[in-house]
Structure formats: C-alpha cells, structure tokens
Design a protein. Structure first.
Length: 253
C-alpha cells in the first residue's frame, strides 16, 4: 500500500452502478463511470460488473463498494433490490434470495480484483464522505428508496434498516419517499413528504446534524429546503464516491 493509496469507489444502486478512482483526500483521478444495474443480478454478476468498471479506470490500491441492504463485515444479511427478477419493486426471486443470503461480497471482490476490499451499506459510504466527526450525525439518502447511516463522533453505528418500518399503515419509509412516489407525486408534493419525514425523525434521533444525500436530494424544492432547519444539510451525490476513499479512515466500530 502506498503512502497515498488510490481507492476504486463503487456505488451500487437500484438503477445504476457508478465508479471512480480517488486519492485519500477524495480527489478523483478519472471521469466517473456509470452503467445501468443489470437484472436479474446474482452475486457473481455484481462482482463481474465491479471488475469490468475497474478495468476501464486507472489502477487502484484498494476498493470500496457501497450497496443497498444490511451488510455486516462485508457479508450480505439482506439486500432489497438485487433479489428481484427485474429491478426495484418487481417480483422477488427465491433463488436470488438464497444466493445473496450470507454472501461474502467483500471477500469475493478482493479475490477478483486482487486488492483489499471494504463493503458497506451504500448510505454508510455516502456518510463517510460528508460527516464532520462531531456529535451525532444522521445521513439519509434519497434514491430508489431511503437509505440511512448514523455516526457518533465519526464512529459508524450498527446499521438499522428502519427505512422498512411503517410510516403509516401498509407503507414503509422506503416506499413513502422512494423514486416511484417522487415520479407519481411530482417534486413539490414529494418534497413535502421528505420534510414530514425529517420533522418526524428529529425527536427520535436528536441529531446534531442531518445530511440529506442520494441522487434525489437535489430535487427537493427551494421552498422545502428553507423549512428543513439549520441542522439539516443537503449534500451532493458525489459524496457516495468520495466516501469510498474516506471510509477506510473511519474509527473502528
């Protein structure tokens, strides 16, 4: 490992997979690449996709992969989109559920690329790119669904898939502010839902800072942005790749 290691950062989403190579400060050393997320997506195909992106980018000393779902020490406990037949909100394939359950993505990626690998939930990687390591910091990512990560003093807390909890009868937080609802409602009404989620969660977490990121954060209307509060910051989606480099410096949890 060099004194300034370069990191292949890969952000795996429900609709697309992005990658770039960055130095330890988060500076990009190439133009980022993006490919549509292929479906159906068994684990081996995800590893192949990461390897294909790596081959089109400069050499890296290590790789970080952020992916949706519950990931513990690089092993998949649950992933919501990649077990479906044709992408988010489509029918779940039992064979894919079995294939992904307990799959060690971190070990598979490390073997395939021949460099050390780190695999985390995608919101956790996103958070690594923006947190100030001061106080309690919550990260919410708005995209295909709702992702989350919690940091205290820069230390990553155990991941909770609370976005799957009901926000109202029969509707999870994930569905309430996910991409299908944004398209159905339009940005204005969807932004009001985001505001309702923020206001509802504030007395639950009592954060020092909340970061709203992900691909859809930029679509929050100016009117709602003004109402979010001074303790809420909207951050660019590029943090998902910057966090890939910075995640290696997070204190051990």
């Amino acid at each position: 490992m060099t004194t300034d290691p370069r990191t292949l950062a890969v952000d795996c989403g429900g609709g697309g997979i992005k990658a770039n190579v960055l130095d330890s400060s988060g500076t990009a050393h190439a133009t980022p690449l993006r490919v549509p997320t292929p479906y159906p997506l068994p684990p081996e195909l995800l590893v192949d996709t990461v390897a294909d992106l790596a081959a089109r980018l400069p050499d890296a000393d290590r790789v970080t992969v952020g992916m949706p779902g519950m990931i513990r020490r690089g092993v998949v406990v649950h992933t919501p989109h990649y077990v479906t037949r044709s992408g988010p909100r489509s029918r779940v394939d039992p064979a894919l559920v079995e294939a992904w359950s307990s799959f060690d993505v971190q070990a598979a990626v490390a073997r395939r690329l021949g460099v050390p690998a780190l695999v985390l939930n995608d919101a956790e990687v996103h958070g690594a790119g923006v947190v100030a390591a001061s106080g309690l910091e919550l990260v919410l990512t708005l995209g295909t669904g709702l992702g989350s990560a919690l940091f205290h003093g820069g230390r990553l807390a155990p991941h909770l898939e609370w976005s799957r909890a009901p926000v109202r009868r029969g509707t999870s937080y994930d569905a309430y502010v996910g991409e299908p609802e944004r398209r159905r409602l339009g940005n204005a009404l969807w932004s009001r839902r985001v505001l309702a989620v923020v206001d509802g969660l504030r007395p639950v977490f009592w954060w020092d800072r909340l970061y709203l990121g992900g691909g859809n954060a930029r679509l929050i209307t100016p009117t709602v942005r003004e109402r979010l509060g001074e303790d809420v910051v909207v951050v660019p989606n590029s943090a998902a790749l910057v966090g890939g480099a910075r995640a290696w410096d997070l204190p051990p949890s």
